[in-house]
Design a protein around this ligand. Sequence first.
Ligand SMILES: [Zn+2]
Length: 379
Amino acid sequence: MPVRVMNLPANDQTVRITVLTWSRALGDTLLLVPALRAIRGANPEGLIRLICGPEPGQLLSRAGLADEVGDNSDPRLALLAAGVEGTPAADYAGRESARVGQPHEVRRKHGRAATLPGAGHCGADWVGAGESTGAAGVLNKDAVKAALGGPELVVGFVSRTCELMSGLELVGIVGLAVDPIPPPGVHAAEHFERSLEAVGIPSLWEGAEAVAPVVVESPNVPSHGVLIHPGSGATWKCAPPEIYREVAAGLARIGRPVAVLEGPADAGRIHAMEWKGEIVRAESMVELAHTLQNFNAFVGNDSGVSHLSGLLGVPTVALFGPTHPDTWRPLGPNVRIIRTCSREPESRIRVCEDPHCMAGIEASAVIAATVETIKPVQE
Ligand SMILES: [Zn+2]
């Protein structure tokens, strides 16, 4: 199986690179920021198209990290998502591949190469632009290329790398597919960013805390206190509401006003907090970025909001438990992690199954970290 490395043309030529994730989640998408910056650094005159969920895409485009955004539910991308459970295009892809009968054939082809030493799990983490299978004629390659933005290179951070690479091979575009789960102890964002070295894009990684803040211009509203968000995309990542209740009460006692952020799925948690004070909501992720920047500090779980807060440079205290901060901590210069779980990092997202994993977190520790993080950094 030939492995082709793409040498980027000199900077005076425009190179179009498309970055693709099937995730619609804010946190997952924000972990691509260092990779997007590395691509920009290696190719300043080039054009970056980011294909992701529309809301995170709008946010990262607003912050100048992508020149164009595409929606990963675009049915024209279904070929590349074939068989990937839970992806927006999956249903469509399933129907389409059944009709065309193609991804199956491609998988068998790569299955035969799976024993090659040093190759990925399907034997083809790399496929050069070139020959496609005989059945490719029934595909509308131009539609797929148009949805991708007509790139010279596609970099996909996707769990089913074979399907993406097989699809790209069919339409004749060079691709790099990277499984989003990093090796144990490696930060996911570092894993994404360093994977680009394979296509000649040098890494700029110096640690999660060295990632410079993302700038989302925001109306200048005087900052007011601490914003607490008790929710997360997964309930098992959430510290018990009692901890947040104690944190809010403790901060109020020392003269720090507190507001609680309510996302679409957070009403139950806020009710369990018995919160009677100010509640803040955001209509979009761009508005959420504006809101976060109006607070002196943010306290939350391992969630997309915590990732955004950290990346905006807002002083952030993130409560961790079943996920490991070495892999998933929010990026940015002013992030503190509180975690009492002793499970080590592993090659999976959830490393602790204890339902009471986060119950040992002390509100006093969270309050102390919050107060500490608000202080300006002294040289
Ligand atoms: Zn635990």
